[in-house]
Design a protein around this ligand. Structure first.
Ligand code: NAD
Length: 486
C-alpha cells in the first residue's frame, strides 16, 4: 500500500453533527509498529455521552415509525461507502491497533452486515394463536428504544456493524462507543454515516475510554439495551451497573481460552496449519483463538515440530502497512507488556519451545515473537488466563476423558476444536465440550455464517449472528383480545 500521510482528524457523531469533545479534551493514538503519533482523538465527556443518548431518545419515535424497508435504504448506501473506502479503513486500523492491511477483510465483513440486515428484516415476526377459546392472542416484536453498543479494539469495524445494523434495522436508535485503542476507522465510518444522510440522532458514534463514557452508557436510565464485546472483567462491571440502575437488557460477548484437542488419528499437517493460523491471526488478539492445544501423547513430538514449523514459516512480522506483512505488533504498550508478563511467568512454570521474546528494542514497535510453551501445569496462570497474544500452550493427554476434562477446566467457553477422523468420537467430544462453538477438524476463526456465536460460562451471555442478533434488540409484547360472541 502506498504511504499515505493524510492527517487523521477523528470526530464524534452526535445528533447528526461531527464534533470534537465539548470540553476540547483529546487522547493520543500511537502507531504500535513505530510508536509515532497517529492522531488525537476526542474523549467523550459525561455531557457528550448524555447528549448522544438524548439525541438517540429524541430520534426514536420517528425512526421506529419509519418502517424497516425505508430504514434499509440507508443501510445499502452505507455498505457501498464502506466497501469503497476499504483501503482507507485498513490504513486507519493499521496505524491505531496494528492490524496488517494484507489481512484486512473486515471492511467487507462490516459492509456485508449492513447489506444483510437491509434484506433480513421480514424475519421479524410475532405470532398469533386461537388456542384460548373466545380470544385472539398474538405477540408483537418491538424495539427497545435507545441501544448502546460498546465495542473492543481487535476487530473494530466488524463489531461496529454487527451490533449497530441489527439494532437500527429493528427500529432502535443507537449510541456506539468505539475502543480507546482503535477509534480511527470507526470515526471515519461516522463521516460516512453523515454522507449517507441518516436522520440526526438515529446513529450516534462517540470515542473515549471506559470511564467516563462507557460507564455512563452502562448506568444510563434512558439506555434500554446494551450490547457489549470485550473482556470478561469489563463485562462484569457493565452487568453490575445495569443491575444497579434500570436493569437494561445486556448482551455480553467476552473473552476466551479456547482449547483444540488433537487425537492421534488426526491429519497432522492440516491440523498443525489450522491451529497455527488460529493463534497467529491478528497476532493472537482474537477472542476465540485456540490458545491451548491438547495433543495425544503418542503423536505429541511430531505435532509440536509440525506446529513450530508452520508458526515460524507463516508469521511474517513487519509494518502492518506493508502488504507482505501478516503479523503485526500487539495493539499498544499495555497489551505488549501484558503479553510479555505472561510469557515471563510461563518461562518459570513450563517449558519454552519457541520464541518468547519481545522485539521492542530492535524494532521500536510492540512486536512479540510467535511463542510456544509445552508442559504448562493446568493450574498455571498462563494456562488459565487469556493472554491475547501469539502465545500457545501445547499440553498432552492420553485418553479421551482426560482431554475433555482438561479442555473444560476453565471459566471460559467460547470456542473449542476437536481433530480426529473418528466421526463418533468427534460427536461425543463435541457434545461434552462446554463451549458455545465447536469446530470439528477445523478451528477458529472458522465460523458458519448463519450459526449463533457466543459463550458458555464466563465467555458471555446471549448469542449474536445473522439469524439471532435482531432478537437481542426486540421486546416481546403479548396481546390478548376478547372476541364478542354473536
Ligand atoms: P475491554 O473490556 O478492555 O474494552 C472493551 C470496551 O469496553 C472498550 O470500548 C472500553 O473502552 C470499554 N470499557 C472499558 N471499561 C469500561 C467500563 N467500566 N464500562 C463500560 N465500558 C468500558 O476489552 P478490549 O481489550 O477492548 O478487547 C479485548 C477483549 O475482548 C478480550 O477479552 C477478547 O477476548 C474480547 N473479545 C470477545 C469477543 C467475543 O465475541 N466474545 C470478540 C472480540 C473480543
Amino acid at each position: 500500500m502506498a504511504p499515505d500521510n493524510t492527517p487523521v482528524r477523528p470526530r464524534m457523531l452526535i445528533n447528526g453533527e461531527l464534533v470534537g469533545a465539548s470540553d476540547g479534551k483529546t487522547f493520543p493514538i500511537y502507531n504500535p509498529a513505530t510508536r509515532e503519533l497517529s492522531a488525537e482523538v476526542p474523549e467523550a465527556s459525561a455531557d457528550d455521552t448524555n447528549a448522544a443518548v438524548a439525541a438517540a431518545k429524541a430520534a426514536f419515535p420517528a425512526w421506529s415509525a419509519l418502517g424497516p424497508a425505508k430504514r434499509a435504504g440507508y443501510f445499502k448506501k452505507l455498505a457501498a461507502l464502506i466497501r469503497e473506502h476499504r483501503d482507507e479503513l485498513a490504513r486507519l486500523d493499521a496505524i491505531s491497533m496494528g492490524m496488517p492491511v494484507s489481512t484486512y477483510y473486515y471492511a467487507h465483513m462490516a459492509a456485508a452486515q449492513y447489506d444483510y440486515y437491509s434484506e433480513a428484516w421480514p424475519i421479524v415476526q410475532g405470532q398469533a394463536s386461537v388456542n384460548t377459546p373466545g380470544f385472539m392472542t398474538m405477540t408483537l416484536r418491538q424495539p427497545y428504544g435507545v441501544v448502546a453498543c460498546i465495542i473492543p479494539w481487535n476487530v473494530p469495524v466488524y463489531f461496529m456493524a454487527a451490533k449497530s445494523a441489527p439494532a437500527l434495522i429493528t427500529g432502535n436508535t443507537v449510541v456506539l462507543k468505539s475502543s480507546e485503542k482503535a477509534p480511527l476507522a470507526v470515526a471515519r465510518i461516522a463521516e460516512l454515516v453523515v454522507e449517507v444522510g441518516f436522520p440526526p440522532g438515529v446513529f450516534n458514534i462517540i470515542s473515549g475510554h471506559g470511564v467516563p463514557s462507557g460507564q455512563i452508557l452502562s448506568r444510563h436510565m434512558d439506555v434500554r439495551a446494551l450490547s457489549f464485546t470485550g473482556s470478561s472483567r469489563t463485562g462484569k462491571l457493565i452487568q453490575e451497573e445495569a443491575a444497579r440502575t434500570n436493569l437494561k437488557k445486556v448482551v455480553l460477548e467476552l473473552g476466551g481460552k479456547s482449547p483444540a484437542i488433537v487425537f492421534e488419528d488426526a491429519d497432522l499437517a492440516k491440523t498443525a496449519a489450522k491451529t497455527q493460523f488460529s493463534i497467529q491471526n491478528n497476532s493472537g488478539q482474537v477472542c476465540m483463538a485456540n490458545s491451548r492445544i491438547y495433543v495425544q501423547k503418542s503423536i505429541a513430538e511430531k505435532f509440536i515440530e509440525a506446529f513450530k514449523k508452520e508458526f515460524a514459516a507463516n508469521a511474517r512480522a513487519g509494518n502492518p502497512l506493508d502488504t507482505q506483512t501478516n503479523h503485526g505488533p500487539q495493539a499498544d504498550e499495555v497489551q505488549y507488556r501484558n503479553v510479555m508478563m505472561y510469557i515471563e511467568e510461563g518461562k518459570k512454570t513450563g517449558t519454552l519451545a519457541m520464541g518468547g521474546n519481545g522485539k521492542l528494542e530492535d524494532t521500536n514497535g510492540f512486536f512479540v515473537e510467535p511463542t510456544v510453551f509445552v508442559n504448562q501445569p493446568e493450574e498455571a496462570r498462563i494456562t488459565k488466563e487469556e493472554v491475547f497474544g501469539p502465545v500457545v500452550i501445547i499440553n498432552t493427554f492420553e485418553t479421551e476423558a482426560e482431554a475433555i476434562a482438561k479442555a473444560n477446566d476453565t471459566e471460559f467457553g467460547l470456542y473449542a476444536a476437536v481433530f480426529t477422523r473418528d466421526v463418533s468420537r468427534a460427536m461425543r467430544v463435541a457434545k461434552a465440550l462446554e463451549s458455545g462453538y465447536v469446530g470439528i477438524n477445523c478451528t477458529s476463526p472458522m465460523t458458519g455464517h448463519d450459526l449463533p456465536f457466543g459463550g458458555y460460562k464466563g465467555s458471555g451471555q446471549g448469542r449474536e449472528g445473522l439469524l439471532y442478533s435482531m432478537n437481542n434488540f426486540l421486546e416481546t409484547k403479548s396481546v390478548i383480545m376478547q372476541i364478542d360472541e354473536e
